[in-house]
Design a binder for this molecule. Structure first.
Ligand code: ADP
Ligand code: MG
Length: 244
């Protein structure tokens, strides 16, 4: 992978006439962990969704691993094959077992054999510490376990970059830490990660770069020490005082 994993240059997006992203500039180096926070409606989800073309930007440049994201289906496919995404809602297939959920992508999109896909699925279920849940259906698992399955499902596609959009926001409080622990382990193993979260303990532990968004703009960015120690903008100070 090239040194710069993700690059956004002057990215702008509108929903109809609503200017949702305004000149977003963001660079994520390979192995780097970026945490994005900010008030609800500030455009955090839209940024991460633009990176793998779940949403389309109208102006500016997005590159992943040196590949520019354009309307060319080859560009979109190439980028999606490098980028995994974990959502607030786990989006697992309820009628399939955990194992089948994990095998689906590699078989369909990567064309690997069933037995290879099964071995891979078990490998990543072990990595998120729930190999014993392989034969259950998602509905039989706790929310924290389901989100770890969703993370394992992403890992089965062997992405170069993982995007997380508020992965613990839908979880009961007692299940948040089991998911964050898995994410910390991934971070420590060197995964390139962009994480939208308000879990500031996690952010302090793993972030190389903290981004604060408000009203479609990146208002502030810096190391966790800079960010938490001396936020410069009043908007960021206010946000931190509300959540810390
Ligand atoms: P965040 O993730 O920071 O809460 P979002 O990126 O989801 O913010 O949304 C940013 C703004 O764009 C919000 O005002 C939201 O209502 C609006 N928005 C999000 N998705 C759409 C959409 N599909 N169509 C129109 N407006 C949208
Ligand atoms: Mg959001």
């Amino acid at each position: 992978m090239s040194e710069t994993a993700i690059e956004l240059v002057d990215v702008n997006k509108w929903y109809g006439t609503f200017h949702v992203l305004k000149d977003i500039n963001l660079s994520v180096q390979t192995g780097e962990k970026v945490v994005i926070c900010g008030p609800s409606g500030s455009g955090k989800s839209t940024v991460v969704r633009c990176i793998n073309r779940l949403e389309e930007h109208q102006k500016g440049t997005i590159r992943v691993d040196g590949i520019e994201l354009t309307n060319d289906p080859n560009s979109v496919a190439a980028i999606r094959s490098e980028v995994g995404m974990v959502f607030q809602q786990f989006n697992l297939f309820p009628h399939l077992t955990v194992l089948e959920n994990l095998m689906l992508g590699p078989i369909k999109a990567r064309g690997i054999s069933k037995s290879e896909a099964e071995a891979k699925a078990m490998h990543y279920l072990e990595r998120v510490h729930i190999p014993d849940q392989a034969l259950k259906r998602p509905g039989q698992l706790s929310g924290g376990q389901q989100q770890r399955v969703a993370i394992a499902r992403s890992l089965c596609m062997e992405p170069k970059v993982l995007l997380f959009d508020e992965p613990t926001s839908a979880l009961d409080p007692e299940m948040i830490s089991e998911v964050l622990e898995v994410m910390v382990e991934l971070a420590q193993e060197g995964m390139t990660m962009v994480v939208v979260t308000h879990e500031m303990g996690f952010a302090r532990k793993v972030a190389d770069n903290m981004i604060f968004m408000d009203a479609g703009e990146i208002v502030e960015q810096g190391t966790p020490d800079e960010f938490f120690g001396s936020p410069r903008s009043p908007r960021c100070q206010k946000f931190l005082s509300q959540i810390l």
